[in-house]
Design a protein around this ligand. Structure first.
Ligand SMILES: NC(=O)c1ccc[n+]([C@@H]2O[C@H](COP(=O)([O-])OP(=O)(O)OC[C@H]3O[C@@H](n4cnc5c(N)ncnc54)[C@H](O)[C@@H]3O)[C@@H](O)[C@H]2O)c1
Length: 436
């Protein structure tokens, strides 16, 4: 099939590349000229494991191309994906202007029947709005489909190629058949394409993220309880995760959730609910707990040192999670702002997010180091914010020699408390009390 993907960010580039890999002819479009030029020259604008090689191979084999021209991308396409951003608007609702702008330009460029698939995360009812905008710009027939994306940054290729499920909202048999054919190479009997109505598909994406965010805030709240009651959250986590009704994933306490999806999608659900007179009380608490949790590291440091003024803090990890360079709403931003706001100095290291971080913290006195131990040099404490694999087993002797004071504050519970304490460090973890 001929496929166009509008928006070449994390979702669009992965989607386009994976469909090209499965043999389709894919044209990826973006309004960002620099992004397209970089892709055409063989580079990629984001860090995502395995993506660069796939992009190169499929571009070389002429199944994947890049353009800034709508007519060039859309002409003759059987399927057009919309994968542009839906950032939070001022009152918490998803900003649909990029999606509707793309819909208008797609409509103007259609040359025949096409299935217009919305992959961006959008409020319930957006498919109708997209259809209205496309209809006002074309005389060609088309169908609108809702196909929310569930990939995880850092494991995006694998998630796309081997999805747990594919959710597709359709209103016509013709569109359903096209989507079935498109996803056939990626799904198995136990990981099906779930067809449903458009509104249910749109809401399923928000429901999934809201549920995952709720689990995280629940465990963060539970970790606070552990700290105050003298229990250990690692034991409690294992104890409840072994219950098959609960399961182990997403039960790790930490420094709060961030990224481009959970915070904005939780807010969007609350706004959707509010607009129809419903108060989604539970999610308000999820958000409140998360805001508090993002302050956990700075609060621990303040409790230990009394005042942070004049102190130096090493920070390991800046991206909102490992294996990505994405820093949108990353907890590290709140942590660093908290430290700077209290008069501390910050030296930080991240394996891939340094470039993004240098733009974000430009002129604000954050020293970004090219290797982890340089961030610990002369530090009064080292704070672990993102659990990159390379931070899991540090050379404790080297760390101790580099730091001014041997204090480790582990925002992801990755270090062995007993081991680091035995090496002479003062150790704090999230909700951790026992050393076993
Ligand atoms: N990033 C994730 O992990 C993830 C996962 C699932 C769903 N989503 C959802 O997918 C959507 C895209 O997210 P993302 O992280 O890929 O965003 P992104 O910001 O990385 O990429 C969006 C791209 O769209 C381009 N764009 C904006 N307006 C355009 C237009 N009118 N025409 C062509 N291109 C345009 C931008 O230049 C940008 O390159 C969002 O709705 C998001 O909530 C994201």
């Amino acid at each position: 099939m001929k496929i166009a993907v509008v928006g070449t960010g994390y979702v669009g580039l992965v989607t386009g590349t994976c469909f090209a890999e499965s043999g389709h002819e894919v044209r990826c479009l973006d309004v960002d000229q620099r992004k397209i030029e970089l892709l055409r020259s063989g580079g990629i604008p984001i860090y995502e494991p395995g993506l660069e090689e796939l992009v190169r191979r499929n571009a070389k084999e002429k199944r994947l191309s890049f353009t800034t021209s709508y007519p060039e991308a859309i002409a003759g396409a059987d399927v057009v994906f919309i994968a542009v951003g839906t950032p939070p608007g001022e009152t918490g609702e998803a900003d649909l202007s990029y999606v509707l702008g793309a819909a208008r330009d797609i409509g103007r460029s259609l040359t025949g029947y096409a299935v217009v698939v919305n992959k961006s995360t959008v409020p319930v009812g957006s498919a109708d709005k997209v259809a209205e905008v496309v209809r006002s710009a074309t005389r060609h027939p088309f169908d609108v489909v809702s196909n929310p994306e569930f990939l995880k940054e850092g494991a995006a290729i694998d998630d796309f190629m081997r999805p747990d499920r594919v959710v597709v909202g359709v209103a016509s048999e013709r569109a359903r058949a096209v989507m079935q054919e498109l996803y056939a190479p990626f799904v198995r009997a136990e990981q099906p394409v779930l067809f449903m109505d458009l509104r249910s598909a749109e809401l399923t994406k928000y429901a999934a993220n809201a549920m995952l965010a709720t689990r995280i805030s629940f465990m963060n709240e539970m970790a606070t309880l552990c700290e105050r009651l003298g229990a250990d959250v690692d034991h409690v986590r294992r104890g409840i995760g072994s219950d098959r009704r609960i399961g182990h994933p997403f039960l790790f306490p930490g420094v709060g959730f961030g990224g481009s999806c959970f915070p904005k999608d939780v807010r969007a659900v609350m706004t959707m609910a509010r607009q129809i007179g419903l108060d989604f009380d539970l999610l308000r608490s999820v958000e409140r707990v998360n805001e508090r949790q993002k302050r956990w590291l700075v609060e621990k440091a303040t409790k230990h040192f009394g005042s942070l003024a004049g102190k130096t803090f090493g920070v390991w990890g800046l991206a909102f999670k490992p294996k990505t360079d994405d820093m949108r709403e990353a907890p590290a931003v709140s942590v660093i702002e908290g430290l700077l706001g209290n008069g501390a100095r910050v030296k930080a290291h991240d394996p891939v997010a340094a470039e993004v971080a240098s733009k974000l913290f430009h002129g604000r006195g954050v020293e970004l180091t090219s290797e982890p131990y340089a961030a610990a040099e002369g530090a009064d404490a080292l704070l672990l914010v993102t659990e990159w694999n390379e931070f899991r087993n540090p050379d404790l002797a080297r760390l101790k020699a580099a730091m001014r004071q041997p204090v480790l504050i582990d925002g992801r519970n990755v270090w062995d408390a007993a081991k680091v304490r035995a090496a002479g460090f003062t150790y704090y973890g999230v909700g951790r009390n026992s050393a076993v």
